[in-house]
Design a protein. Structure first.
Length: 664
């Protein structure tokens, strides 16, 4: 199991032959019979390889030693390889073997070292290459991890053995695509490669191509062109192009590398991905090509919110009715704690790495922006990779980011998903009181914080009192409830806005650490506004909490009135009608109240959706942030003197009600 995907390996000592379609026994290679001396070591050609190869070319013969080595390496490149690593039989995919044995990296390493982290990545990548419902992988990790070298190998390997295939490369700039990826990542390894892995290529621009690597003979004229007409050549090609959206529009790609996609300035990467994805799709709508998109996010360009959405839409555990993710990609994150300090067997020392990076963070903790930069540069989680700088938000990003990092791995333990259900129909003014029960259901609309004394699954509650035919909440001193509703079945634009509601447990001086926090979250787009209103009404009945809502959306007020729940709507001081106006002034009050709450109590918030909304919050574009607005009204309600109903309202059933007596 690798990042949620079940990756299948062949049985120990066997490989799947891609040419015959059969399992074949190969055994497990051992560098030494002694366990401690069993580790990866690049297998070199025969010591006299060069002399033997020259003799072959000079005499036009085939040397059996050379041929045996060539066949061995082609077999392993295509089918994979088993070797013994510290007593453990270990399988490498064909692409991983090719990368370790034949992909020249330069610098002070020449060829790559075996790494456990890479073994897992190549398993994941192979799974996606073979999965017809996947167009490829979105790979996010720290800087200088080798993702560009692996991505370049991913493009070259199949294109260099497939007739009439096309591989494409884009990076954050055209210059980076040319110099870092194409020249250093493709051409340099190509020129250092054994000739039996290096197809005939166009040398008309020299031995090191500058713009494209074409696997075809140089153009010839006259008699030479006629004589070479039937010569075998692949006719395939690898090139790079500008980072623009339509650079590959109309092309048919077998492989595509999008390098540093989150650092591409002034570009909608989602739109570019949509076009390149079509280049990897055949006329039947099937994925005929594969993509690898990589990035670190330290110096991110563009909208972090868009990139987070792109990441979320690449979750292989969430698929549409066609079995695909929204992007068609499957995401892969590598923690900085797995990318440093290896032993001779390729295993990382996670604890030492963690301590090292924490030391680096501690040294700049006094400088908020430097600290955030250090976290993004070497992240332990995807939340840290997308950590915003403090000057990009009106709220305290450090507190929010820290709480998100703490909550993300524990949310399933902290939060219960479920449904609120009427136990016997619905309450009516003349009928018996009807309780509401929280039923634990995986994927339910309501999320409840565990270990709240008042809320226990399967424990029926009806926190209302009937007075003169109306329902009145009895726990206004304990809870605040608010919502961010929608009134229309469809939105004006294509975005499907959610209805959102939060229940807030007010401050308790006898239990300060476990109060003044949200304990129930509801974020859901119901099929009809009245279904949303009923869900909010159930929260109100369950908790006995008065509701604050935006009064420019009167549908919820009408619904509560029709159901005889009008006294459950909050009147703020000085207002004759229930609700709060969604004005600039009230939204400013919401933002300031939220800002103060985050400073004092952000560490008590366990709902990641709310934390995420706070992190991304844009004061001038509040419609995108249902959770932040819903809980913001909760905080506004909590700090004001609250009463329900309206003593002066001249309507039947409420005219003679003494509100003060209701809440005595």
């Amino acid at each position: 199991m690798i990042q949620g995907l079940e990756c299948h390996l062949p049985p120990v000592g066997q490989v799947w032959n891609v040419l015959t379609g059969q399992l074949e026994k190969t055994g497990v290679f051992e560098r030494s019979p002694r366990q401690k001396d069993q580790y990866w070591e690049r297998q070199l050609p025969p010591v006299d390889w060069n002399d033997r190869r020259k003799a072959e070319l000079r005499n036009g013969t085939i040397d059996p030693v050379c041929e045996r080595y060539r066949r061995q390496e082609w077999y392993r490149r295509l089918n994979g390889f088993w070797f013994m690593n510290n007593g453990q039989p270990t399988y490498l995919t064909g692409l991983n073997y090719f990368f370790l044995s034949h992909w020249y990296l330069g610098g002070d390493v020449d060829y790559g070292y075996y790494r456990e982290r890479d073994r897992k990545f190549f398993y994941f990548l192979q799974h996606e290459i073979e999965d017809p419902l996947s167009v490829g992988v979105l790979y996010v990790t720290r800087r200088r991890e080798g993702k560009t070298s692996k991505g370049s190998c991913f493009v070259y390997e199949p294109v260099s053995r497939t007739p009439l295939a096309f591989g494409g490369i884009q990076s954050k700039t055209e210059e980076d695509a040319e110099k870092i990826v194409f020249q250093r990542g493709i051409v340099t390894p190509f020129t250092k490669m054994s000739d039996f892995f290096r197809p005939t290529f166009d040398t008309s621009s020299g031995k090191e191509p500058k713009k494209r690597l074409k696997f075809s003979s140089p153009a010839k004229k006259g008699r030479a062109a006629i004589d070479s007409f039937d010569d075998e050549e692949l006719g395939s090609e690898i090139d790079f192009r500008a980072s623009t959206i339509g650079a590959y529009d109309g092309s048919k790609l077998l492989r595509y590398l999008g390098d540093e996609i989150f650092k591409t300035a002034n570009l909608n990467i989602r739109e570019r991905h949509r076009i390149v994805r079509l280049c990897c799709t055949n006329e039947r709508g099937q994925f005929s090509g594969k993509m690898l998109l990589t990035s670190s996010v330290e110096e991110i360009e563009g909208s972090i919110k868009d990139y987070r959405t792109f990441w979320e839409e690449s979750n292989p555990l969430i698929r549409n009715s066609n079995g695909r993710t929204t992007t068609g990609l499957s995401r892969y994150f590598l923690s900085a704690a797995e990318a440093l300090n290896y032993d001779q067997y390729g295993f990382e020392d996670v604890e030492a790495n963690y301590a090292f990076y924490m030391g680096e963070r501690d040294s700049v903790r006094h400088d908020i922006n430097a600290y955030n930069s250090e976290v993004r540069k070497n992240p332990f989680s995807i939340e840290e990779a997308f950590r915003m700088s403090n000057d990009a938000s009106i709220y305290d990003i450090n507190r929010i980011n820290d709480q998100l990092a703490a909550v993300a791995p524990l949310e399933e333990e902290l939060i219960i998903e479920g449904e609120l259900l009427w136990t016997n129909g619905q309450p009516t003014p003349n009928g018996p009181d009807t309780a509401v029960v929280f039923k634990e259901v995986k994927g339910g609309k309501f999320k409840l914080l565990r270990n709240q004394k008042f809320f226990k699954p399967d424990d029926p509650k009806f926190g209302l009192r009937k007075t003169q035919g109306l329902f009145v909440p009895i726990n206004g001193a304990r809870f605040a409830l608010s919502c961010d509703p929608f009134d229309h079945v469809t939105t004006v634009d294509s975005r499907r806005s959610n209805g959102a509601a939060y229940l807030h447990l007010k401050f308790d001086s006898m239990d300060p650490d476990n109060s003044d926090l949200p304990i129930l979250e509801y974020i859901y787009r119901a099929d009809h506004p009245k279904l949303f209103y009923d869900d909010v009404l159930k929260i109100c009945a369950f908790a006995g909490a008065p509701l604050l809502f935006e009064d420019n959306k009167q549908g919820i007020r009408t619904y509560f009135e029709e159901r005889h729940f009008l006294p459950c709507l909050v009147h703020l001081p000085g207002r004759q009608q229930p609700g709060i106006p969604a004005s600039v002034k009230s939204k400013q009050d919401l933002a300031e109240t939220t800002k103060a709450y985050i400073i004092d109590s952000c560490h008590k918030v366990y709902f990641s959706r709310l934390l995420t909304d706070w992190r991304d919050f844009e004061y001038l574009n509040t419609k995108q942030y249902d959770a932040a607005m819903a809980y913001g009204w909760c905080l506004v309600s909590n700090k004001n003197y609250i009463f329900a109903g309206n003593p002066s309202a001249n309507q039947e059933g409420t005219r003679n009600i003494d509100i003060n007596k209701m809440f005595r």
